[in-house]
Design a protein around this ligand. Structure first.
Ligand SMILES: [Mg+2]
Length: 372
């Protein structure tokens, strides 16, 4: 299974809504930026990271794959994923400019493609290749009904449909208005609409400061919030630890963290209750496993962030013992050979060999962008 070629790609896929916003981002497309890796025995693996479909920065990722990583991979044995991960991540010149950002997003794509290849070679879905499923039923929570840009009627209608028609028992609502009272009123309306038994998590996307979050948590204490995700600036360990000490609402974070070391700092400080690693921002599946094991050693639940819209995380969540539930955002699923599939709020377990990352050829033709 020698690596014969490394072929980066960029896809800009339209969202299911025309556009969405949270407290810090507004987007119309999701970027699927990654690489195809072909081996001498004819196997093809796919891996990708997730972006906001900003072509100039997407091209930095594909340039890193094409110009920096591909020459280090060609001719190598694709089975040696740990050695290859180290070869790329700890290459002195790349480590000098990397360890986070572009080089890490590019590494994620390569590493996922290597895991996809190895599971395909074994003829097993990734969860089985990793060691088998821990559960028969992986619950999904719906994020796509709760965007900050949705008017209240849209938010309430979407929440009601998700619960009453689609069978979800878990929702996530974005918060982060300039006036937090607006968010309290929206959450109270959703709670009233869906009733007390639905689990409602909230997500601030790092906008507010510590005193704002502390006041907000006081006001939200009767709304039975399942977790408060990214309340503060992404890298603020001390702030999250202080907030965690001052509120009974559990803190969730991790989607913006690039390394196992970053997770270690938050966990050691008691700053996180729900650990949210993402294979597309960490260095792929290889580093995700390190983070999930670290969380497990502290008996913290792992709830991955859907930077790949859960195509890979569905495997990892069926497998890893620290996993609990999994985010659901249906934006890009129809562009894969084996799309994620949620019915009655539960993820169907994937059964095709690989990591469910094989992109449809027609999607590559229709939505592909030049890597420049
Ligand atoms: Mg989030």
């Amino acid at each position: 299974m020698k690596i014969a070629s490394v072929e980066p790609f960029i896809l800009h896929l339209p969202l299911t809504s025309e556009s969405i916003s949270d407290s810090t981002h507004s987007i119309t497309h999701w970027g699927v930026v990654g690489t195809k890796i072909v081996t001498t025995d004819g196997l093809v693996g796919y891996g990708f990271t997730g972006t906001h479909a900003h072509l100039p920065s997407d091209r930095l990722i594909t340039a890193c794959i094409r110009d920096c990583y591909a020459p280090l991979l060609i001719g190598e044995d694709a089975n040696d994923h740990t050695r290859l991960w180290t070869k790329l991540a700890r290459h002195p010149a790349l480590q000098w400019v990397g360890r986070a950002g572009i080089t890490q997003l590019a590494l994620a794509a390569v590493d996922v493609a290597l895991w996809d290849l190895r599971a395909k070679k074994a003829g097993q879905p990734l969860w089985a290749y990793l060691g088998g499923a821990r559960t028969n039923s992986l619950e999904a929570y719906n994020t796509d009904i709760g965007w900050l840009s949705f008017r209240l009627e849209t938010l309430l209608g979407g929440a009601a449909k998700a619960v009453e028609v689609d069978g979800f028992t878990r929702l996530k609502i974005k918060v982060g208005h300039d006036d937090p009272n607006t968010d309290i009123a929206r959450l109270a309306a959703v709670r009233k609409r869906v009733g007390p038994s639905v689990r409602i998590a909230i997500d601030g996307n790092g906008k507010w400061d510590l005193p704002t979050c502390q006041r907000f948590c006081m006001q939200a204490r009767d709304l039975d919030i399942y977790w408060f995700e990214e309340p503060l600036w992404y890298d603020d360990v001390a702030g999250h630890a202080a907030l965690a000490r001052s509120t009974a609402i559990p803190i969730a974070l991790g989607e913006q963290l690039y390394t196992v070391d970053a997770f270690s700092a938050f966990i050691s400080a008691g700053a996180v209750a729900y650990v949210q690693p993402d294979v597309t921002r960490l260095g792929g599946v290889t580093e995700y496993i390190q983070v999930a094991d670290l969380a497990h050693a502290h008996r913290l639940p792992v709830v991955p962030h859907a930077g790949e819209m859960s195509q890979v995380h569905v495997h990892l969540s069926y497998w890893h013992p620290a996993s609990t539930i999994l985010e659901y955002i249906p934006w890009i699923k129809d562009h894969f050979e084996e799309p994620i599939d949620v019915r009655d709020g539960v993820y169907r377990r994937p059964e095709q060999p690989g990591a469910s990352t094989t992109v449809l050829q027609e999607s590559l033709a229709r939505y592909g962008k030049s890597i420049g």
